[in-house]
Design a protein around this ligand. Sequence first.
Ligand code: FCB
Length: 442
Amino acid sequence: MSDGKFPENFLWGTATAAHQVEGGNHANDWWAWEQVRGHIKNGDRSDPACQHYERFASDFDLLRSLHQNAHRLSVEWSRIEPAPGEFSATALTHYRDVLQALRDRGMEPMVTLHHFTNPTWISTLGGWESPQTAEYFARFAERVTDELHDLARFWITINEPTVVAYQGYVHGEWPPGKRDFGAALRVVVTLIRAHWLAYERIKRRHPQLQVGLAHHLRIFDPSRWFAPQDRAVAAAFTRVFNETVLRSLREGRLVFPLRRNGKVSGPRQSQDFIGLNYYTRELVKFNHRYRAELFGQRMLVEPALRSDLAWELYPEGLYRTLMELRREQLPIYVTENGIADRDDARRPEFLLTHVRAMLRAIHDGSPVRGYMHWTSFDNFEWAEGYSAKFGLIACDPATQERRVRSSGRLYAEICRSNHVPATVELPPARQTAESGGPTDLR
Ligand code: FCB
């Protein structure tokens, strides 16, 4: 620990998602959602984003020059399968070129098959509320891995199933904009089935591939440690949001609170690795008015370091989560971790403290094999549009100019040396009074 050295062959990179960086994705549910006034901050739209669809080669040159040896990206379902069962040779060739470009630069690709967007034809057929979507997704996953298996070893079926369900079906701020807890549970069930089916098909045809899922895990602590009701709601949030999907995948059956959705089952141990997206923690307080959210009101910690989106900087949470995940007995990749910080004032500290927390977890027995910072370039941050700046590299959508931030250079040094400076101290965990509440669960 004291020498700050990471294990050999550790993967260092950044993560992106097709819709957030590519531009020109007009055939999915997000593009349709963006056209409605009020859905996206400042009326922003995902075109042009970073024009990464055209600029991927020079973008990868830049990332490689910053010593990254891996890269997580997603393929866009609506480009590859624009109509049911019709696969686009052009799109598949494009993604071949993208993955080949990574390989040529010595960067290990990690490919996500579903990162929030659905082809319009899927949303027309009911999206994730329709059980049939699991079968459509598995067919897509099979086709893509058949075409590209020789270029990528790591495959992530689905990004953050619980976030898809919460943002789209409880909070209603993302497509399809519903507020219906029962529908959210059904959506999680279909997403789990989609993973099971895809996992089985991919592994049957390409057993050498490493297949996992990216879990968004968040720390939920009771707002008042002494209040049993707060502890109960924090435990319920942890159970539902952090543990349900992991346990279902481990056991090959749906666990509470999904069980009432019929006798659905799948293979046991259907992950070859754990993908972890970690950002922050929230304090939860019992409030009888928050019935739709399991009676938990989520509070902000005051005074704590926060991102531009008011997410608490809580590196200790990464350590706690990585230690918890030891129980899965699988290799772990941090598939996302980052901060919205327009001025790059806090990102360097965020980076150092989180990387250091990760190293501490490795020394304490957590099998972490790689870290993908969210994200390379400022991009289209869903409902926040271009206002939330998560990039190690600034990217102006109007000029498409890329500018490496100080934190980007700091990260380059970590990647180059496979080492984090030993002198950085983790800030003490702050746990104080409350004010207002955050609005989304990501
Ligand atoms: C995660 C998403 C990613 C990005 C970051 C900030 O939940 O997977 O696309 O929006 O949050």
